[in-house]
Design a protein around this ligand. Structure first.
Ligand SMILES: NC(=O)c1ccc[n+]([C@@H]2O[C@H](COP(=O)([O-])OP(=O)(O)OC[C@H]3O[C@@H](n4cnc5c(N)ncnc54)[C@H](OP(=O)(O)O)[C@@H]3O)[C@@H](O)[C@H]2O)c1
Length: 377
């Protein structure tokens, strides 16, 4: 017998039993790093229990990439230092083609709006997309809807459960309710972990707003410049994403947002602003003083109006007073809460509540999206 021929024709029976999915991971900051750790920790059990082999064939930050067509290992950090190379999206496409890699998922754990412009190219070249990055879903409606058409045309999936509520099963729940014909009439809640913490604490404690805000900064609940939280735009983006899940044709400009930063400190540079947090005290003191007895302050996102019409929705984000005994009023710590009102459930909403931020829970949500797509491949 010719041994060379026998070896070449030998079928790897073990390999036939499992499915291989190839991941290209963009971004290894807080979320990306935690995601890769969780993935490498679960890799073996996914193979054994689900016959699913997940290969991370490339890991990139904004400047360099580590390629390994057989899958990187848990030692990717040191490997990337020694073997990382500059790259472009075209070099990634050439790499997957050269190695004939299939079942491709691009995972976007960047916070970069510009990077989301690459999704179309990735989809057209065989990639599904999983993203914790909100920018694509808050792009102008034309770009948003064109992407959906492209996905349909190429039979590709785009999952982004972590765009709102981090690891909470929110977007999937809303999608299922809506697609199954359940009439969602309102979505309301506290969407921001940092603003949840700030107003939960400020309403409870006899402390100045600046002291509470400073605690939030020190505990890492806010962005490095807390004005990014206080301006309300992050909450507005999340509300827009949920509205679009209900097929409402809305833009970011359609969201009425109450900016919580006093005009006098909006234009300050970050360092000066951080040194002058006490400038926020008077206006918030007055708001608290004017509260009705038994009420507390919450920064609330509200999607209401006639949600059965593509242009019937009203999107508002504002600081409101609410009874302490209400679900929103009972919120604690940095939890988020989402109340989903539907026709069938009447005045008792479906409530999803829990940690709505944090690298670890977000990474877990990203991992969940990767598994959802992998199971369908
Ligand atoms: N943290 C949370 O609680 C949370 C919750 C929900 C969603 N998210 C979202 O998760 C995403 C990641 O957040 P994070 O806190 O992990 O951010 P981060 O720590 O700032 O990390 C961002 C990573 O993306 C990389 N990057 C930037 N531009 C890139 C590009 N064009 N191509 C490839 N890589 C690029 C950065 O690399 P360089 O170092 O080279 O710049 C870095 O590795 C964000 O979109 C955020 O909004 C976060």
């Amino acid at each position: 017998m010719d041994t060379a021929v026998t070896t070449a024709n030998k079928i790897d029976l073990a390999a036939l039993k499992y499915k291989t999915v190839n991941l290209v991971v963009f971004g290894h900051g807080n979320v990306g790093d935690a995601f890769l750790d969780q993935l490498f920790e679960k890799k073996e059990s996914l193979l054994q229990r689900k016959s699913l082999e997940i290969h991370v064939v490339a890991i990139a930050n904004s400047t360099r990439i580590l390629f390994n067509e057989k899958g990187t290992t848990a030692s990717w950090r040191s490997d990337k230092l020694t073997h990382g190379v500059p790259y472009s999206i075209d070099s990634i496409l050439a790499f997957v083609e050269t190695h004939q890699l299939e079942n491709l998922i691009a995972v976007d754990n960047t916070a970069d709006a510009a990077f989301t412009k690459q999704y179309e190219k990735l989809i057209a070249n065989g990639f599904h997309i999983v993203s914790s990055n909100k920018h694509k879903n808050t792009a102008p409606w034309k770009e948003y809807s064109a992407l959906r058409k492209l996905l349909n045309g190429h039979e590709k999936e785009y999952l982004y459960e972590t765009n709102v509520g981090a690891g909470l099963p929110l977007i999937d729940t809303i999608k299922l309710l809506h697609q199954s014909g359940e009439n969602i009439t309102r979505i309301r809640g506290v969407f921001s972990g940092s603003l949840s913490y700030i107003f939960n604490e400020f309403s409870e404690r006899n402390e100045k707003f600046s002291a509470i805000l400073n605690n939030a900064i020190v505990n890492g609940f806010t962005e490095p410049d807390p004005r990014e939280d206080l301006c309300g735009m992050d909450v507005a983006r999340k509300l827009l994403i949920l509205a679009r899940e209900l097929d409402l044709e809305v833009e970011l400009d359609d969201v009425e947002v109450q900016n919580l930063i006093p005009k006098a400190v909006r234009a300050l540079d970050k360092t000066t602003f951080l040194k002058n947090l006490t400038h926020l005290d008077t206006s918030f003191f007055i708001k608290k003083k004017n509260l009705k007895k038994g009420n507390v302050l919450r920064y609330v996102a509200d999607l209401h109006g006639d949600l059965s019409k593509v242009d019937g929705g009203k999107l508002t984000v504002s600081l409101q007073e609410t009874p302490k005994s209400s679900m929103l009023g009972q919120l604690k710590g940095s939890d988020s809460i989402f109340e989903i009102y539907t026709e069938s459930y009447g005045s008792s909403p479906i409530v999803i509540q829990g940690a709505g931020a944090g690298a670890s829970v977000t990474a877990r949500g990203v991992f969940g999206d990767v598994l959802r797509i992998s199971h369908k491949l």
